[in-house]
Design a binder for this molecule. Sequence first.
Ligand SMILES: Cc1ncc(COP(=O)(O)O)c(C=O)c1O
Length: 422
Amino acid sequence: MVLDRPQPSPTMASDELESYKDRFVRHLSQTVPGRKELVVVEARDCTVKTADGRLFLDFISGISVANVGHSQPEVVEAVHKQMASHAHVNVYGRFVLPTQVEIAERLARVAPGDLDVAYLTSTGTEAIEGALKLARKHTGRKRFVAFERGFHGRTFGALSVSWKPQYRQPFEPLLEGVDFVPFDDLESLDRVVGHDTAAVIVEPIQGEGGVRVPSDGFLRGVREICTDRGALLITDEVQGALGRAGRWFSFELWDIVPDIVVVAKAFGGGLPLGAFVSTPEIFSTFLDPPLSHLTTFGGNPVSCAAAVAAFDIIERDGLLEASARKGAALKRRLESTREQFGDLISDVRGRGLWLAIDLPPDLAMPIVNEMERRGVIVGSMLNSEGTVRIAPPLIVAEAEMDVFVGVLRAALREAATGKLAV
Ligand SMILES: Cc1ncc(COP(=O)(O)O)c(C=O)c1O
């Protein structure tokens, strides 16, 4: 245990602990084989506490969810209050629910142009489905263009525009008419986007692709090509919004205005909530025929209450600026770690507190595991072998960044001296 704070005492008897691990394997569908060792009992701020009494630093924020920290007290209070008032009352859109209005209005306030309307969902992949449907319906066109290494979710539509063939092929046939082009390559995009393209879907900074930041003219070029061909531009901000890249939306780094923006993850302040956001004109297509799109739980009032609280905390506490500032400081420390371990770290990338390092492909998981053993949670990436994700909550403290860097260096030293099993 590496954290410089009092050690919590064990919180669960060992037979109860082992029983949970057994029942987890027996009753929960596994998508990664093997028994799991960590049983979570609590998560606060930047830490996760397990039932054996260990405390971990969460340097992936539950994969870009806990931007304001885990169980932030004001978010917890908002959830309690809303639950005591009302949770679900009716399928989306039938009654005016004040917390839905509050969060949609906040999104509209920070979104550029006339991106003033939100359709609220429960998850990111569901919001992507809605965005794809909206683009087809509005343009009357069928085709989509997406990017190599891109990731947009696991339901059929979202999977159809997600790149990795291993994840797509077992589930085919998927949506017809999807082309993939290399990320950050405008010439290829220009060749493929046509007058039959409903939308180009892009993560302005690719998340699962390895926190890949495009060159400066890329997003503007994508915008121009879409406008020229009459295709909509969908930006997937599921990982990148709510301060992760130092802005409300990562596309703001390049000063463009998309036609549809998709958010989820950190948007719900820790509860399930997503949205696709667009203009009143584009959304009017969902009125014809009425009930073109519906969801039972999308925009659940309790999730919306958590989202409003999280949104206000980001604004009040200056967490966008904090992400940019702390991210730059953390990146400098990663750069100096790279100088120390040049033969192991081949690249350091990212914006704000959305960072990654590249290691030799067979070393990434051993480093992730060794860091976990030493009390720091980092992770690998779906579409980028050898990349380690580093994305702590935006409230991370200097001292916590010091602990993280110390643990990373210790794990790299173990690797350099051949002590890590590869
Ligand atoms: C960029 C991006 N889009 C969409 C999704 C899907 O979101 P969810 O897991 O909430 O369905 C993810 C999930 O990791 C993502 O990273």
